[in-house]
Design a protein around this ligand. Structure first.
Ligand SMILES: Cc1cc2nc3c(=O)[nH]c(=O)nc-3n(C[C@H](O)[C@H](O)[C@H](O)COP(=O)(O)OP(=O)(O)OC[C@H]3O[C@@H](n4cnc5c(N)ncnc54)[C@H](O)[C@@H]3O)c2cc1C
Length: 445
């Protein structure tokens, strides 16, 4: 039968590209990738601030706990194509990687484009045909006489430019966030049209819009390793540490993105902007510094208070005393914190009241910010929800409802923490789907 592919993959992101390469069986099988945008991997290109944090270091078993309640589903795929396997595959193609102090793995070149280049070249070297600018519009199962596929039939895939028949069909269309990269929810419509359930989708790993936000004009200021505690009502729900960034409407940065997967509108966070310092420690340090420098302005003493944390020498600016960098406090933040505390900008240490000291401790080390809403689809890194995992075989990524139909990557109800866990999930699930397709085609002769 003319124009019948062994596998058609919708989506040329990391999941789709690796799936296509593996499904091709090194060139034996006819595999086609249909990509909506004019080039593959648009989202991949912006990962890790275009440096691409492609996976995480360490034992692959440690990954299971980084996908909320869905780590169990990923177990088989992560074990059969682990972070080590991924890095070995890239190293084979000359792409060397390095690990930062937090265990995040990046290409040595720090270029996401190099990662994409390897994926595309590996697929093309195996004869995979990649057609860009050709979104899949609809898919249905049609009768046919070829073995495998669509319960003995074939998949008919329709685009604006043609109609393709395939024994296997893979949905690797990604989620709904950063829709300009091409991942805008098409995969869910396709899955539903083939009988699958899609759990409610929402943006995850995103910044917060803060109600009565006091730092709008300080947008761009960031603090390393801030301590962030999340509260539902008055109950502490989660605690973490990471960099925090002031935006025009709220807060973002790795520390916030990480905690965002546990947050909802109406929750609040309490933040210590100074690494390793509690409000109590802040108060003690300020009492001591004020006693030593009675004539100094409080605001100039506050500029150096970051050096007091974690057992460092009090007042020592630029060294935490325990190997940690002292937090550098921007002057604009100090002035704003004094304003929030109701303290006069020109007050000297000798005249600082206990009440103002307490309020300053709160502004610096126990700052309450109420989450008005979570950042929208244009700024969230991943999508929470997606094609229901109950209807997918976790070992093969094949649909339990429709033979020959597969899912790979973020289109499924999978979202991981920051740190390379999402790309590893895309690679491992894409690999599992590709391997099963190749195995079936191989055994069919
Ligand atoms: C700003 C940002 C930074 C990130 N940084 C990291 C990071 O450093 N590390 C990490 O692990 N994760 C990171 N992520 C998450 C990661 O990029 C995704 O989890 C990953 O790209 C998912 O891969 P995928 O192949 O499933 O989907 P995608 O990468 O979204 O690819 C899906 C592809 O399908 C195509 N498509 C959609 N609809 C159709 C259709 N109808 N027909 C044909 N093609 C279609 C899209 O154009 C797209 O190319 C980041 C995400 C963002 C937004």
């Amino acid at each position: 039968m003319p124009n019948v592919y062994d596998a058609v993959v919708a989506g040329g992101g990391p999941a789709g590209l690796i799936c296509a390469e593996i499904a091709s069986g090194g060139g034996k099988n006819r595999v086609l990738v249909l990509e909506k945008k004019s080039g593959c991997g648009r989202k991949l290109l912006i990962t890790g601030q275009s440096q691409c944090n492609l996976t995480h270091d360490g034992d692959i078993r440690d990954f299971f706990g980084h996908y909320g309640g869905n780590g169990q589903f990923l177990k088989a795929a992560l074990m059969s194509f682990s972070n080590r396997d991924l890095l070995a595959a890239f190293a084979d193609c000359g792409l060397m990687t390095e690990t930062d102090k937090n265990g995040k793995v990046f290409p040595v070149s720090r270029k996401a484009a190099d990662v994409l280049d390897v994926l595309v070249k590996r697929a093309e070297a195996c004869g995979v045909i990649i057609k860009c600018g050709e979104p899949v519009r609809s898919v249905r199962v049609v009768c046919g006489d070829a073995e495998g596929g669509g319960d003995g039939g074939l998949f008919e895939i329709v685009t604006d430019f043609g109609r393709y028949l395939s024994k296997n069909f893979v949905v690797a269309c990604g989620g709904i966030t950063y829709p300009a990269t091409g991942s805008d929810g098409d995969g869910y419509a396709i899955a539903k049209s083939l009988g699958h359930t899609v759990t409610p989708v929402s943006p995850a790993l995103c910044g917060f819009v803060i109600g009565d936000y006091p730092f709008a004009d300080l947008s761009g200021i960031s603090f390393p390793n801030a301590k962030i505690s999340l509260y539902h009502g008055n109950k502490k729900a989660h605690e973490g540490a990471g960099d925090i960034l002031f935006t025009h409407k709220g807060v973002s940065g790795p520390g916030i993105l990480h905690i965002s997967r546990y947050a909802a509108a109406g929750d609040f966070i309490r933040v210590s902007f100074i690494e390793g310092m509690t409000a109590e420690k802040f108060r003690e340090s300020l009492v001591r510094l004020a006693a030593e420098n009675p004539k100094k302005l409080v605001r100039s003493v506050l500029l150096g208070i970051g050096g007091c944390c974690k057992g460092g020498r009090d007042g020592a600016v630029g060294g935490g005393g325990d190997g940690h960098e002292a937090t550098v406090i921007p002057e604009r933040f100090v002035r704003r914190a004094m304003e929030i505390a109701g303290a006069d900008e020109e007050v000297t240490c000798a005249h600082l009241t206990k009440e103002h000291r307490n309020r300053l401790a709160e502004a610096f080390c126990d700052c309450k910010l109420t989450i008005e809403s979570l950042g929208g689809i244009n700024e969230a890194m991943v999508t929470r929800g997606g094609v229901s995992l109950r209807e997918i075989n976790p070992k093969t990524m094949e649909s339990k409802l429709c033979k020959g139909l597969y899912f790979a990557g973020e289109v499924m109800d999978i979202d991981g923490d920051t740190g390379g866990y999402n790309l590893q999930a895309a690679f491992s699930t894409g690999h599992a789907a590709g391997a099963d397709i190749e195995k079936k085609l191989h055994s069919a002769g």
